[in-house]
Design a protein around this ligand. Structure first.
Ligand SMILES: [Zn+2]
Ligand SMILES: [Zn+2]
Length: 132
């Protein structure tokens, strides 16, 4: 397994079996609220390459696009693990904060830059997009 990690309390584990050389930051309102921070950091592996185990909960919300987004989080400590949406096809977004290896993997894009917190400059070499 190239990447593995866990939530804050350790009850939920995640493993991603595909290799990723870049990640994506998202500054949308939903990502801010669910991450409790200025943005989320994500990769988009195939759902079949992701294993999340533990007592997770799911929460469905409507994105700005009208699509339903299913957020997967640890039911014990609330840590955001991943989210699914029809727009991702057979992939899913995995929040990389649970995966220590992503501390040194660069960003290829920033999404929803129009809602970015003030004072945050562009990430080096990351495409700046105002929507997805
Ligand atoms: Zn937990
Ligand atoms: Zn977002």
């Amino acid at each position: 397994m190239p990447y593995s990690g866990s939530c804050l309390c350790g009850e939920t584990k995640i493993e991603v079996s595909s290799t990723h050389n870049a990640q994506i930051a998202c500054h949308c309102t939903d990502c801010r609220q669910t991450s409790g921070s200025s943005n989320s950091t994500n990769i988009l592996p195939l759902q079949s390459d992701v294993q999340i185990t533990g007592a997770v909960k799911e929460y469905n919300s409507k994105a700005a696009s009208g699509n339903t987004v299913t957020r997967i989080f640890c039911s014990n400590c609330g840590c955001a693990m991943a989210h699914k949406s029809k727009v991702f096809g057979d992939k899913m977004a995995v929040q990389t904060g649970t995966l220590p290896d992503f501390a040194t993997i660069p960003f290829e894009a920033e999404l929803f830059c129009k809602s970015k917190f003030t004072g945050l400059g562009p990430f080096p070499n990351a495409a700046q997009k105002d929507t997805m």
